[in-house]
Design a protein around this ligand. Structure first.
Ligand SMILES: [Zn+2]
Length: 284
């Protein structure tokens, strides 16, 4: 992929020298007669700074580049982030005494629970009486655990560890390339549909999760070539309100978005094989 900052410099005939993570150019401040190039522009973010006169700017804003083009900046940023992750990320270790979950749970088969490495433990207080899933980041390393209580009155219903973990849509890497994804609210919505053969379903861990940092959270899918996003939230008021609120946010990230409305009180976690088949066919 070409570098969008470099493209702009080329397009406008600006001479530059690559220098570390920057491009070095003459200062963009019209009042600064810069004989020695002293202006540094970040190669990814396009933020420029003159160390001689202090002038600052953003090259995208400077040339009035549309936000749709900024997606390429985000992609470049993600690639940079992945490279950083590769250097440091080792992933979380399984809690003490973790054993693979070995019975069907909430109509989800053992095979599917195995696919997502569900486990239980009787030795770690946080996770007792919970079915726990490691949440993998884009490199396949565990960045968090989500444990659902197996008790009818268990509180909280879902426990996230570490408690400050940033939970991203999951799975973040899909098993095969696809042009579309289906967003559902909860992990068991995703698991039910996976169990019935859907492979492009992604859970967002709650309807409000995409209100913030939408573009960053959906970026891995964009980089993977996804073009269309179907929103398949619960068939209740909260799900419908969230769908309407989320749709324009996802559209602003350059995806085509379609809301699939479920009948009243129906969740993706309850869908029958026939229903899942029809959604899989529809969202191919
Ligand atoms: Zn300057």
């Amino acid at each position: 992929m070409t570098n969008p900052v470099q493209d702009l410099l080329d397009k406008h005939g600006i001479r530059y020298i690559p220098s570390g993570k920057d491009f070095l150019t003459k200062c963009f401040n019209p009042d600064h007669n810069d004989t020695n190039p002293s202006f540094r522009i970040d190669q990814t973010r396009g933020i420029g700074h003159c160390f001689s006169c202090g002038f600052k700017f953003n090259i995208f804003k400077h040339y009035g580049v549309l936000s749709s083009n900024l997606t390429s900046v985000r992609v470049a940023k993600l690639k940079e982030k992945i490279n950083d992750l590769k250097l440091v990320s080792v992933g979380l270790e399984l809690p003490k005494g973790a054993k693979p979950w070995n019975t069907p749970y909430r109509n989800v088969s053992v095979q599917t629970l195995k696919d997502f490495e569900a486990f239980y433990t009787d030795f770690d207080e946080d996770y007792i009486d919970r079915i726990v899933f490691p949440i993998k980041n884009i490199l396949g390393k565990t960045s968090a655990f989500v444990g659902r209580t197996t008790l009818s009155q268990g509180n909280p219903r879902y426990l996230i560890r570490p408690s400050n973990a940033q939970i991203n849509p999951y799975p973040v890497v899909l098993p095969k390339s696809t042009k579309s994804i289906v967003l559902v609210e909860g992990i068991f919505d995703m698991l039910n549909m996976w169990d019935k053969g859907a492979r492009n379903v992604v859970c967002v861990f709650g309807t409000t999760q995409l209100y913030k940092d939408t573009a960053d959270k959906l970026l891995p899918y964009k980089v993977a070539g996804v073009e269309k996003v179907f929103i398949l939230f619960d068939g209740d008021d909260a799900g419908r309100t969230a769908s309407e609120k989320t749709k324009p946010l996802i559209e602003a990230c350059g995806f085509t978005v379609e809301v699939i409305k479920l009948p009243d009180d129906m969740d993706p976690g309850d869908l029958t094989q026939e229903y899942v088949d029809s959604i899989t066919e529809y969202t191919k």
